[in-house]
Design a protein around this ligand. Structure first.
Ligand SMILES: [Fe+2]
Ligand SMILES: [Fe+2]
Length: 289
């Protein structure tokens, strides 16, 4: 029992914070809310657009097997995971409404048709494969979260302050619950072959999917068509910058047999940001309801 407690990550029970962001405080928004960078802004908008429907799929994958989870600690962690992901989806949808108003082509990602297509696909997958996709996706979000919170270079990027607040809160909670889906996968007997095979497929699609979806989004922006040199310069900067530099090797750590998300120690980073955002004088305490 003592051994088990020691093996738990710093935040044993992720807890959903009831929080509210305010994206409509200003009369006008700059369309390119990340550093006035068109490509970077489309990249962040695309991620934000994909989160709500993706997170709902993560929740469904865990719920499909929840009745097979017997460990009371893991059950509580699942409750925290579901609560956090549901809240992420809700707040990102508020931002996404603003982004759609600004002209970002992200509405289709969260459309009833897209959600229905995803659910049809899920029904064809075994619960084990569906959950393996979630566990792998959670490694992506954990690696990105570690970068966002751990890199001074990324934090120094100027942008809309409330968008940054949302991203920092989301990143923090992704680190808090980074091993929950993984541990559920193991607890219900998920095999290493499935875990690694699913990640291998997702890993090989990562860059092609990112390039293609970003090219489509930017290609539909009238400003991009008028400024091809700017687009080329900003694309180069994005893919050689602090988000993508060295990203693929970090994602590949998940492919190692025997890997566990807690092998990557993020406890000190987590501790620092928990205090910075939600400590006694935390920057986002006034956002809590
Ligand atoms: Fe999330
Ligand atoms: Fe997550």
């Amino acid at each position: 029992m003592v051994e088990m407690a020691n093996a738990l990550p710093a935040q044993a029970y992720p807890k959903a914070r009831r929080i509210r962001f305010r994206f409509d405080q200003r009369d006008t928004h700059d369309k390119y809310f990340v550093e006035n960078d068109m490509v970077y802004s489309h990249f962040v908008a695309g991620m934000s657009g994909a989160f709500p429907a993706g997170e709902e799929s993560f929740i469904r994958s865990v719920r499909r097997v929840a009745d097979r989870v017997t460990d009371p600690v893991l059950k509580k962690r699942v409750t925290g995971f579901v609560g956090q992901e549901a809240m992420h989806g809700r707040e990102h949808r508020k931002l996404n409404d603003k982004l759609v108003e600004l002209g970002y082509p992200i509405k289709w990602l969260d459309s009833p048709q897209a959600i229905e297509r995803t659910q049809r696909l899920e029904r064809r997958l075994s619960p084990e494969v569906h959950l393996a996709m979630t566990a792998a996706a959670e490694h992506y979000t954990a690696v990105l979260a570690q970068r966002v919170l751990g890199s001074d270079e990324i934090q120094a990027i100027p942008g809309d302050p409330e968008v940054w607040n949302l991203l920092n809160w989301h990143a923090l909670e992704e680190l808090e619950h980074k091993s929950v889906a993984f541990d559920v996968f193991r607890a219900v007997g998920g095999s290493e072959a499935t875990r690694i095979g699913v990640m291998l497929a997702m890993y090989s699609l990562t860059l092609p999917l990112t390039y293609v979806s970003l090219a489509i989004a930017v290609g539909r922006d009238p400003n991009a068509r008028r400024q091809p040199v700017r687009v080329a310069r900003e694309t180069y900067r994005l893919f050689t910058g602090p988000i993508f530099r060295g990203l693929m090797p970090e994602l590949a750590k998940y492919l190692r047999p025997g890997f566990h998300p807690d092998d990557i120690d993020t406890s000190r980073l987590l501790d620092r940001w928990q205090r910075q955002l939600f400590g006694a004088d935390g920057e986002l305490v006034d956002h809590l309801k």
